[in-house]
Design a protein around this ligand. Structure first.
Ligand code: SAM
Length: 259
């Protein structure tokens, strides 16, 4: 019955013109193939992935990759019992669906998750929607995620650390860092909303210098990318700090204890 409801919503959502909270992404949405190269460079030593596993296991559970883009990460959740990718950009849905048969990819967004109440154990949002900023308050998305999470379930938001690591320095100096919100603001926002923030230091490691050059040009202005490349000849990697904001829906027991 739940399956039929999910597929009916999927059919309807695929035909929606757009989701009101959809903001087309300036990297993934512009050049999905190049964004695959960027994704392949992320976290070569697995430190961020290990922290995700430690914070909320998805083995035998239901996991949602919210704002899954073209679905690069979906095949990596093979141990989940049920796997959903949710993505508002209609141009990315077919590729996301082609990544693995194990995932159900649905049109949706952080504020419109087409899944039933209390049905999901773990939600990951990787560089998607949850960018708290003085001009953007993502509370509506958090309320929607809380609706679909089971009591005791977890939301983990994978975010950039704009304070630690070489990528953070790039973000701080470029115009784009400010658009994404700074670490201090994001940390306070999540703390006020009951989440813990965990710092993870990892890196970007590209196979070739050419790949790094192209990705820097995808993420930053040409002048800015070229300057960094001139100042850092021969580099194919850089250190990259992540922030994992971990929010947990109160368990039934905890909810009962509250007045
Ligand atoms: C930078 S991309 C990251 C994609 C994917 N999470 C990854 O890491 O490969 C940001 C994604 O968020 C999606 N997005 C935009 N608005 C959104 C919203 N309101 N809710 C959820 N996802 C959204 C974009 O369409 C895009 O796919």
């Amino acid at each position: 019955m739940v399956g039929a409801l999910v597929y009916a919503r999927a059919w309807w959502n695929d035909r929606r013109v757009s989701f009101t909270d959809f903001v087309p992404s300036g990297n993934q949405g512009v050049d999905p193939e190049l964004y695959d190269i960027e994704n392949a460079a992320i976290d070569p030593n697995g430190s961020m992935w290990q922290e995700l596993v430690k914070q909320a296991t998805w083995v035998g559970k239901t996991l949602v990759d919210l704002g899954c883009g073209s679905g690069w990460w979906l095949p990596k959740y093979e141990e989940a019992a049920e796997l959903y990718g949710i993505e508002p950009d209609p141009s990315l849905l077919d590729t996301a669906r082609s990544r693995t048969d194990r995932a159900t990819v649905l049109a949706g967004s952080a504020e419109h998750v087409p899944l039933p109440d209390n049905s999901v154990d773990v939600v990951h949002a990787r560089f998607a929607y949850f960018f708290p900023h003085p001009n953007f308050d993502p509370t509506a998305g958090l309320v929607e995620v809380a609706r679909v999470l089971k009591p005791g379930g977890s939301l983990i938001v994978i975010d950039n650390d704009t304070e630690q690591g070489e990528f953070a320095a790039l973000l701080r100096e470029s115009a784009y860092g400010d658009l994404q919100g700074n670490t201090t603001y994001a940390r306070s926002w999540w703390e006020e909303h009951g989440a813990d923030t965990i710092e993870v230091m990892s890196s970007w490691q590209f196979k070739t210098r050419y790949d790094l050059e192209r990705v820097l040009h995808l993420e930053f202005s040409p002048e800015f990318a070229d300057r960094w490349l001139r100042e850092n000849p021969d580099r194919t990697s850089l250190s990259y700090g992540y922030l994992l904001h971990v929010w947990q829906k109160p368990s039934l027991h905890e909810a009962e204890e509250k007045p």
